[in-house]
Design a protein around this ligand. Sequence first.
Ligand code: FES
Length: 103
Amino acid sequence: MDPDDHVCLCFHVSLRKIANFIARENPQVPSQISECLGAGTGCQWCVPFLKKLHSLHLEGKPMDLPVSPEEYASRRARYRSEKRAGDPNDRGEPDGAPRGEDG
Ligand code: FES
């Protein structure tokens, strides 16, 4: 994913904006990233990815998500259609994206 690609597709929040927010604000928990233009507060598809970015920050690693924007958007579309059908659990996250953690 490139810096100008959107991580939160609901609110059009780019990877660059989120990375800058995290570097500037040093959020203690991933949920604080929602203060960056509402990221993660819509369909919630991107929440595991926001958590992954937060953990990369804590580990001092570069902010990146190993998925193309096309694949990411496609997985979100599937997530949203499955959510409407009653299966909100399958986001098809890339390896390493955390699941089911609060924060
Ligand atoms: S993609 Fe981020 S809340 Fe929907």
